[in-house]
Design a binder for this molecule. Structure first.
Ligand code: AMP
Ligand code: GLY
Length: 421
């Protein structure tokens, strides 16, 4: 039986651990650092996700057969490169390939060079030039800090003043560090997430999902890590999906090979169905969170087999997916994505008829308490997304905690047909 180490400790990793626990080949799962929910399915080890030395030592000492990386932070510091140098099998892209996520400029240049549809753009280093450029263009202005900024590096400015303030912060005050800014054309249309297992030129698509990034109902409020997701998506046609697979995901995998940055891991396309067709908003070099929590429960194939093939740069072959729909609602701490308090007791989990993936929970004595911004996600199944939605809305109400909020409208737009307009 195989031993697997999952790196990370959120809802995404809980869903990965859950999928691995369904593999007949997997006998033991470790998760570093994991969380209180993951602890029920894996042995949690208190190592930070970016502490490569300690993770490597742990994997060697415990004869781990395969390591699976969740968070981008670990990829960006080169965990995959280090494990491979040490001769260990690991699922995830190298530091070089992960630039598709860590550098917006690298991603945009690659797309332009290889004819992958995305918004037109220009890159700036100097505040004055960026400001002058924005003033010649229509609003809203899309400004993106070039680097990892925990989802906060994108500003859609509705006025020149707003654009100016954002450019000052990014280029003069170095709010996120020394960097550049990509200024893009503004696109419109529904967004969706297309995750694929990529092993060099081989691309194995997963089923589609849609995230809900804004904190509040009606897509209001600040951007978050994601407040809920569902799968499949009624507003994406088979034709759109084929286009996205061949003209976007496959081309990007091929382009990365061509550029000497062969990709192994999950390539995540953050796509938009615009009136001009499907275009790329961003790429990530990892599983999405909370998309993974609604996508992996639909995977019928052995995920250990897929992870192993990709880790060895082999063809992962095909995957089988269940017909049922899934919808997940995130429970977040009041105040998130701003500041929030931790340590509130959570009860009622045993009353939930559905899957609960923990995102930010901890054990305090024998109580389960909140320990993060996003705390958990309740995922329910249905024959249709609408049925899954109804069920998730019922079940989420069974969780008791004084300091949580959630959105009641996850999936509402997509399922009502509004997204198709
Ligand atoms: P990103 O971090 O690049 O995914 O951007 C965060 C969010 O900003 C996206 O999910 C979109 O809603 C929005 N966004 C980014 N780029 C554009 C664009 N070119 N046009 C319109 N909206 C955008
Ligand atoms: N759900 C968006 C992300 O994982 O980046």
């Amino acid at each position: 039986m195989k031993k697997v180490l999952v790196v990370g400790g959120g809802g995404r990793e809980h869903a990965i651990v859950d999928a691995l626990s369904r593999s007949p080949q997997v006998g033991k799962i470790y998760c570093a650092p994991g969380n209180a929910g993951i602890a029920a399915q894996a042995e949690c080890v208190p190592i930070k996700d970016t502490d490569i030395d300690a993770l490597l030592r742990f994997a060697q000492e415990n004869a781990v057969d395969l390591t699976v990386v969740g968070p981008e932070a670990a990829l960006v510091v080169g965990i995959v490169d280090r494990f491979r140098e040490a001769g260990l099998r690991i699922f995830g892209p190298t530091q070089r390939a992960a630039r598709i996520e860590s550098s917006k400029e690298f991603a945009k240049n690659l797309m332009q060079q290889y004819g992958i549809p995305t918004a037109g753009y220009k890159t700036f280093e100097r505040y004055e030039e960026a400001r002058d450029y924005v003033h010649t263009r229509p609003l809203p202005a899309v400004l993106k800090y070039d680097g990892l900024a925990a989802g906060k590096g994108v500003v859609i400015a509705q006025s020149m003043e707003e654009a100016d303030t954002a450019l000052r912060e990014m280029l003069l005050d170095d709010k996120f560090g020394k960097g550049r800014v990509v200024i893009e054309d503004y696109l419109t249309g529904p967004e969706f997430s297309f995750m694929c297992f990529v092993s060099g030129h081989k691309v194995l698509p997963m089923v589609l999902a849609q995230d809900h990034k804004r904190a509040f109902e009606g897509d209001k409020g600040p951007n978050t890590g994601g407040m809920g997701a569902y799968s499949p998506l009624p507003f994406i046609t088979a034709e759109d999906e084929q286009f996205a697979l061949h003209r976007i995901m496959q081309r990007t995998a091929d382009a990365l090979c061509q550029e000497g940055a062969l990709f192994t891991g999950v390539l995540y396309g953050g796509l938009m169905k615009t009136p001009q067709g499907v275009q790329v908003i961003e790429f990530n070099a990892r599983f999405g969170d909370p998309e993974t929590e609604v996508v992996l429960p639909r995977l019928k194939s052995d995920i250990y087999e897929i992870f192993s093939a990709v880790a060895e740069e082999r063809d992962p072959g095909r995957a089988e997916w269940a017909d049922f729909a899934t919808l997940g609602i995130v429970l977040a701490s009041k105040g998130y994505p701003g500041s929030y308090e931790k340590g509130f007791e959570i009860k009622g989990l045993d009353q939930v008829d559905g899957t609960v993936y923990h995102m930010g929970t901890a054990r305090k004595e024998d109580r389960l308490v909140t320990s993060g911004g996003r705390v958990m996600i309740v995922v329910c199944r249905g024959e249709t997304p609408a049925e899954a939605r109804e069920k998730a809305l019922q079940q989420v109400g069974r969780i008791e905690c004084d300091n949580l909020f959630f959105r009641r409208d996850i999936g509402a737009k997509g399922l009502s047909g509004i997204e198709e307009k």
